[in-house]
Design a protein around this ligand. Structure first.
Ligand SMILES: Cc1ncc(COP(=O)(O)O)c(C=O)c1O
Length: 402
């Protein structure tokens, strides 16, 4: 019987075959969806996850399900990870990891630019459990070291960061974290495993919003945490199963179907993003373009070292951003003016700097100034989709004028 992919296969082959098996009963080539919430047992085996061995049979879908496991194995193969848990959303992955690893009295060091949901949760909710944080500009890794306290329990970075596209050197951040005996977590949603595999660069946990590139079609929400067998098994047996934020098998199936084409899609996302970035860079109404693939990105050398693809995300500042945002929202025809990213459809959203700073972490005036260097008064965050890049540039040109 066909056994799926091998670890020495290329990324494209692993994306298609990873985690998949031909169905032994029917010979079906495409994966089944097992929606059952419970599984019939031959034995009165027990009623607690603690009574089961690692290679436990399926018991109850919150503990484990064949379709969810198929997605987890595909992601493990792509990220070169020993183990994975798939969850209901990127935020379910983030909260499962934070609540799984931290307790009252602990502290974490976190990148001062990251997805606002993560920033808000760390700033506003974790203190209710007595967990404090220090936000730092993680692009300067020495600042990560300075922020570590005796009660620090983890270091969290996001690279490229949402929405400024600022990068963090993962290997250097891992060295800092490990010198202090701490695990490094990388939210790698913008990069995807096609661009960067943080575990191979020294990170201890990778977090993804599967809602974005990995699912790729804007029709399902999911998240994942990957790492060593020991670290992930510990999270599975407590935080995942007891907090209960597991993914629906149907969404796991949709996301696995999307993940099969991830390498092919990322090539086109990246090629088209470069075309759109260059078009915007040359437009008189555009003040600045942030795209790691452009030579004028302040960390382009790091991008070339750390990313095998520059991915499909960029952001830009335009003259009179607020008024332009209103025009984009009304007049764009190909782009959807909407949040989210990584879908086949191109998406654009306006992130005013005032709002970004007030909803993000509590930043020093120096950190605020560094955010403004990337963002000015506001950023248009662009997720370049799979439409023809000429149509995308024409759509932007029509609204931006000359
Ligand atoms: C970088 C990053 N991480 C995490 C998330 C949260 O993911 P989800 O919306 O799937 O909960 C997002 C969502 O936009 C994101 O951009």
């Amino acid at each position: 019987m066909h056994k799926g992919s091998r670890s020495d296969h290329h990324l494209e082959t692993r994306a298609v075959h990873g985690g998949e098996q031909v169905d032994e009963l029917t010979g079906a080539s495409a994966p089944n969806i097992v929606m059952s919430s419970t599984f019939v047992s031959d034995d009165p085996a027990g009623f607690s996850i603690k009574e089961f061995e690692e290679d436990r049979p399926y018991v109850y879908t919150r503990w484990g399900n064949p379709t969810i496991e198929m997605l987890e194995k595909k992601l493990m193969s792509l990220e070169e990870a020993e183990h994975c848990i798939a969850l209901a959303s990127g935020m379910a992955a983030t909260t499962t990891l934070l609540l799984g690893l931290l307790k009252t009295g602990d502290h974490l060091v976190i990148s001062d630019v990251c997805y606002p949901g993560t920033a808000e949760y760390v700033r506003d909710t974790l203190p209710k459990y007595g967990i404090e944080s220090t936000p730092v500009d993680s692009s300067k890794v020495e600042l990560l070291a300075d922020a570590i306290q005796p009660n620090t329990k983890l270091v969290w970075i996001e690279t490229p960061a949402n929405p400024t596209l600022r990068l963090t050197d993962i290997s250097a951040a891992a060295d800092v974290a490990h010198e202090h005996g701490l695990p490094l977590v990388v939210d790698s949603t913008f990069a995807t495993p096609v661009a960067t595999r943080p575990l191979t660069l020294g990170a201890d946990y990778v977090v993804h919003s599967l809602t974005k590139y990995i699912g790729g079609h804007g029709d399902s929400i999911g998240g994942a945490i990957l790492g060593s067998r020991e670290r992930i098994e510990e999270l599975r047996n407590d935080a995942m199963i007891h907090l209960g934020g597991i993914i629906s098998p149907f969404n796991a199936w949709l996301i696995a179907r999307g993940a099969a084409t991830l390498p092919a899609r990322m090539r086109m996302h990246a090629d088209s993003a470069m075309r759109v970035a260059k078009f915007l860079e040359g437009h008189p109404s555009v003040l600045q373009v942030n795209y790691p693939g452009l030579p004028n990105h302040p960390q382009h050398d790091l991008a070339k070292r750390q990313m095998d693809s520059f991915s499909g995300m960029l952001s830009f500042q335009a003259k009179d951003g607020d008024a332009t945002a209103h025009r984009f929202a009304k007049e764009l025809e190909v782009f959807h003016f909407a949040v989210s990213l990584g879908h086949s459809r191109s998406l654009m959203y306006w992130v005013p700097t005032k709002e970004a700073l007030s909803t993000g972490l509590s930043l020093s005036s120096e950190q605020t100034a560094s955010y403004r260097d990337f963002a000015g008064d506001g950023l248009f965050r662009v997720s370049v989709g799979l439409e023809h890049p000429d149509d995308l540039c024409e759509d932007l040109a029509r609204v931006l004028g000359n």
